[in-house]
Structure formats: structure tokens, C-alpha cells
Write a protein that binds this ligand. Structure first.
Ligand code: ATP
Ligand code: MG
Ligand code: MG
Length: 546
């Protein structure tokens, strides 16, 4: 019998389905605040929420949690929809906007006032903070706590009508200032903000706090399982308290899981925005950014990101995942899919002096030695080729099995060559390497002689120019991420003028390749037929310990 392992969220849903709590219904939601671009942490939440929706034949809403005026923008709304779709998920019906529920939230707040469960407080934000106490001291009741229902209703309406300035009054829940959990000590439900909202314009002068708004949003949509990150665990009693008087037979429940953190990655919209605004990166979709749009541009595939999210699973305790796992996932995804052209990243010219001038021939190479189905291709070989500058050493160190004066190497798919001469400019820089080739050694001709090194190469006259962008991590090696601007790795982008096989001439943005011996690459969105630009996604070496 097969043993199926169930994570703690599935266990809760399975139980709910057994007891018939929601009549077998499963509705989850992904509720981003449209105040920035989504990052890999959000991808985890997307995979989890939409994954559960699918798995239980349920649905998942996309809801813009736009209850904060000013900070939010339609640019972000659009990017979020694009990213969710790109990851391979679809939401139920139209996207929802929390701001569409402002009217219902206002009515429900009045209901709580009427029930004696909320009051208008004139204390300042500071006073409220001071009087809430701390872990060892209970809070102190507000002098405005015992206002009558009538007075509270009147004041609350005046707040809504714009009769007060920001901060002059708030609506608070009337719970218990002695409650051990500080979150429950008469939390603020509404505050006054005189600012324009991207959806409701100037209609509202009061805005609900997250802890009040979120459970109501869930309840209006009839969400069953409201999955959020661990920092909301202490807010759960308030979530339940807010919905105590909600008129429905099925009340949503909040479930918390551990937020995703990844080594070498900055994981907060606020910090990512700061990097963009400081001009340290070329926008939210810079290929070094941990945003979904940045990862997409870097060459990550939806399959690799979903696989990554699956592998890390859902945990109840915070942890940091090694970025090497993410890199492993994209290698796994592309390993058999991507063809493997030869591209010389940092080229130096090689002249094969005993190869006839004006002659050329074709060599047959496999498109992917690990996947026969991708077939073969023909590569031009001739008298002048490029090899990698660092595949040559004039004075080779021990165990250097690549090209050096008097040494012989194999050119992938072609012949053995031996270095005979090195040509330099007046500064001593190598401009050309002269070699001879052995005509008896053509690949596939049955030659049995062996050499230790095999190099990739590109024939010079047919080579296409490629701008290669090689990336390192955004933050310096030893950064703890706290001073993320100060720790910015200024060497995180290196540009090379590379030479690629002719087959790359027709590449379009989003094409994936493995450059032989160099790593996985994708054609960048900046690429045009006249100026090819390619990003290195990851190198070949796998540092992920399975
Ligand atoms: P940030 O701090 O980066 O701004 P956020 O939590 O404020 O993130 P929201 O737009 O509110 O961003 O997030 C939408 C959903 O994504 C929430 O349900 C949130 O819990 C979840 N989420 C955000 N960051 C992570 C993360 N690192 N790991 C898992 N889920 C996350
Ligand atoms: Mg948030
Ligand atoms: Mg945030």
C-alpha cells in the first residue's frame, strides 16, 4: 500500500472535509498588496494557495489587498496578474479588490458599535501605543472607552464624512486591555487617512486596518482556508473575534505557514523597491532581482519555480532555504530540454596554419548528448576559430589540460590541434594563437589516439556576436542582508563580447540554451537580431547536495 504523506495544511482540510465543516467546499485566495512586484516568497504562497485549490477541486481567488491608499498602483496590479498567469495559475472569475468591500466593512463596523463591541477613541497614536502595555504589564483603558453607542455611531459617521484630520480619532475594538495577547488589547479597526485611493478616489476618508479588513474580505468571498504567513499567528484570535458576528453559517479559518527565505536573496518589497529607486538595478525585472519578473528575465521557467516550491514544502517553523536548491531546479528543468550550442564567452582567435585558406567543412555535433531526441546539427569548421581566453595558458600550471605551447587538445566535434606559436601586441596581450591540426583526428573518424582536454570553439567567419551578461548574487558574499544597500555587490553584472555558433543568429527573447562548458543561458528581452543579448541563468556546476 502506498504511503501518502500529508502536510499540516492538507491534514486540516482533509479533516474539515470529513466533518463537513464547509460542505466539502475549498476556496483559497492569494491576497497581494499592489505596492510592488511579486518575489519568490510570493511564488511560494501562489503555489500553495492555487495548488490547494486545484488539489481539492476547489477554487482560488486573486484578491488585491488594496486597503492602503497612496502606496498602491495599477502598474503593480498588472504585473501581479502577469506573474500569477506566468506561473501557470488561474483565478476564479475576475480578480477581486478589497477596496470594493469598503462599504460592507463600514456597515459591519457600525454593527460592532451597535453591539457595544467597538468605540471611537480620541487618543493619539502614541497614547494608544503607550497604554496598550507589554508582555508583563496589562494595558490601561482609554478614557473614551465607555462612550454610548449613539455617540460612537455619530462620531464614526463624522470620521467617514471627513470632519476630522488624520490621527484625530480612530475606531477601536472593545475587547480587553488586560488580555495576555497584546494584539487583543482594543486594537484599532479604522483610521482617518485623507489621501486618494487608486480605486475609490476620494470617496473614503477612513480606511480599515489589515486585522479588521482581512477576515471580512475572506468572509465576503466565502473563503474556507485563509493561508497566511507565520507572523499572523498571534493575530488569529483577532481574526476569529472580528468574524464572531458575521452572518454566515461558514466562517473562514486562518492557517499560518512559515515564510520562505532564501540565502543570498533580499525578500521584501520595501527593500527591493529601495534597490530600484537607488538605481542599483535596472528595474524590478533586473535579472539579479528575486522578483518573479526578474527570475523570468534571468531565464527561470515556471516549471523550475513550481518544482522549487514543491521541494521546500510547507513548514510551521521559519527557516532559510539555500539558493543552490533553486539553481538545482532550473538545471533539472533545462537539462534535457535545452540544446547545447558552443559559445565562446571571452574569445581569443586561433589560426590553424596548416588548414587550407578559403576552405571550410561541416562537423556533426549532438544537440544534447543527454537527449537523443533533440538530434544533431552541423557546425562550420575552418582555418580561423575562437576559443576561450582562459582555455589557454602560456605557462601552464600543473594539471592544466587545456591549450598551451606544444600541447595538444581536442576541439569538440572537430580535430585535435597543437599550439605552435603565440602572437602578442605591444602590451604583451595575446592577440592570436597559432596551431596546427591533425587531419587524422576528425571526430567520428575512428581515431583512437587520446588527449586530455576538450575545448569548445566557434568558427570565426560565421560566428555571431553576442553580448553575454554574467551575474553574481546581488549582495556581497558575507552580507547578512541588513544593510542591503551598503552590501550591494557592484560586481554582480559582468558583460562580455562573445562569439556564438551561427545557429544562434535567429534566437528570440526567452530561448533557453546550455552553452557547452559554460552554463545555462537565456536570450534577454533586450535582444534583437542585430544585437543579441544573453543572460547566464546559472553555471553548470551543481553545488546542491541532494
Ligand atoms: P513583503 O514583506 O515582501 O512586502 P508582504 O507579505 O507584505 O511581503 P503581500 O503583498 O501582503 O506582501 O503578500 C501577499 C501574500 O504573499 C501574503 O499572503 C503573504 O503572506 C505572502 N508572502 C509574502 N512574502 C512571503 C514569503 N517570503 N513566503 C511566503 N509567503 C509570502
Ligand atoms: Mg502584507
Ligand atoms: Mg509588506
Amino acid at each position: 500500500e502506498e504511503v501518502v504523506s500529508v502536510n499540516f495544511i492538507e491534514a486540516i482540510i482533509n479533516k474539515d472535509n470529513e466533518t463537513g465543516k464547509y460542505g466539502g467546499r475549498v476556496l483559497t485566495r492569494f491576497p497581494p498588496e499592489p505596492n510592488g512586484y511579486l518575489h519568490i516568497g510570493h511564488a511560494k504562497s501562489i503555489c500553495l494557495n492555487f495548488g490547494i485549490g486545484k488539489q481539492y477541486n476547489g477554487l482560488t481567488n486573486l484578491r488585491f489587498d488594496d486597503t492602503n491608499p497612496a502606496k498602491e498602483d495599477v502598474e503593480y496590479v498588472n504585473s501581479i496578474m502577469e506573474d500569477v498567469k506566468w506561473l501557470g495559475f488561474d483565478w476564479a472569475d475576475e480578480p477581486r479588490y478589497a477596496s470594493d468591500y469598503f462599504g460592507q466593512m463600514y456597515e459591519y463596523a457600525k454593527k460592532l458599535i451597535t453591539l457595544g463591541k467597538a468605540y471611537v477613541d480620541d487618543q493619539t497614536a502614541d497614547e494608544i501605543k503607550q497604554t496598550r502595555g507589554d508582555f508583563s504589564t496589562p494595558g490601561v483603558n482609554s478614557p473614551y472607552r465607555d462612550r454610548s453607542v449613539e455617540e460612537n455611531l455619530k462620531l464614526f459617521e463624522e470620521m467617514k464624512d471627513g470632519q476630522y484630520a488624520d490621527g484625530e480619532k480612530v475606531l477601536r475594538a472593545k475587547i480587553d486591555m488586560g488580555y495576555p495577547n497584546i494584539v487583543m488589547r482594543d486594537p484599532v479597526l479604522y483610521r482617518i487617512v485623507n489621501a486618494e485611493h487608486h480605486n475609490t478616489g476620494n470617496e473614503w476618508k477612513i480606511y480599515p486596518m489589515y486585522d479588521f479588513a482581512h477576515p471580512i474580505e475572506d468572509a465576503i468571498e466565502r473563503v474556507t482556508h485563509s493561508i497566511c504567513t507565520l507572523e499572523f499567528e498571534v493575530h488569529r484570535p483577532l481574526y476569529d473575534w472580528v468574524l464572531e458576528d458575521w452572518d454566515d453559517t461558514e466562517i473562514p479559518q486562518q492557517i499560518e505557514f512559515a515564510r520562505l527565505n532564501v540565502t543570498k536573496m533580499v525578500m521584501s518589497k520595501r527593500k527591493l523597491r529601495a534597490l530600484v529607486e537607488a538605481g542599483l538595478v535596472a528595474g524590478w525585472d533586473d535579472p539579479r532581482m528575486p522578483t518573479i519578473s526578474g527570475l523570468r528575465r534571468r531565464g527561470y521557467t515556471p516549471e523550475a519555480i513550481r518544482d522549487f516550491c514543491d521541494r521546500i514544502g510547507v513548514a510551521k517553523a521559519d527557516s532559510v532555504v539555500d539558493i543552490a536548491l533553486l539553481e538545482f531546479c532550473i538545471r533539472e528543468d533545462l537539462k534535457l530540454k535545452a540544446t547545447r550550442p558552443m559559445v565562446v564567452i571571452d574569445p581569443v582567435k586561433v589560426v590553424i596554419t596548416n588548414y587550407p585558406e578559403g576552405q571550410a567543412e561541416l562537423c556533426t555535433v549532438e544537440n544534447n548528448p543527454e537527449n537523443e531526441e533533440l538530434g544533431n546539427r552541423e557546425v562550420v569548421f575552418g582555418r580561423e576559430i575562437y576559443i576561450e581566453r582562459n582555455d589557454f595558458m602560456e605557462e601552464p600550471v600543473k594539471k592544466f589540460f587545456r591549450l598551451a605551447p606544444g600541447k595538444e587538445v581536442r576541439l569538440k566535434g572537430a580535430y585535435f590541434i597543437t599550439c605552435t606559436d603565440v602572437i602578442k601586441d605591444e602590451n604583451g596581450n595575446i592577440t592570436e594563437i597559432h596551431c596546427t591540426y591533425d587531419p587524422e583526428t576528425k571526430s567520428g573518424s575512428g581515431c583512437t589516439r587520446k588527449v586530455k582536454g576538450t575545448l569548445h570553439w566557434v568558427e570565426a567567419s560565421t560566428a555571431v556576436d553576442i553580448e553575454s551578461r554574467l551575474y553574481d548574487y546581488l549582495l556581497k558574499e558575507d552580507s547578512d542582508g541588513k544593510d542591503f544597500l551598503g552590501d550591494f555587490n557592484h560586481e554582480s553584472l559582468q558583460v562580455f563580447h562573445s562569439k556564438g555558433e551561427a545557429c544562434l543568429a535567429n534566437t528570440v527573447p526567452g530561448d533557453h540554451f546550455q552553452f557547452l562548458r559554460q552554463g545555462y543561458f537565456v536570450t534577454d528581452k533586450d535582444s534583437t537580431p542585430n544585437h543579441i543579448v544573453m543572460n547566464r541563468i546559472v553555471g553548470l556546476r551543481d553545488s546542491w547536495a541532494k
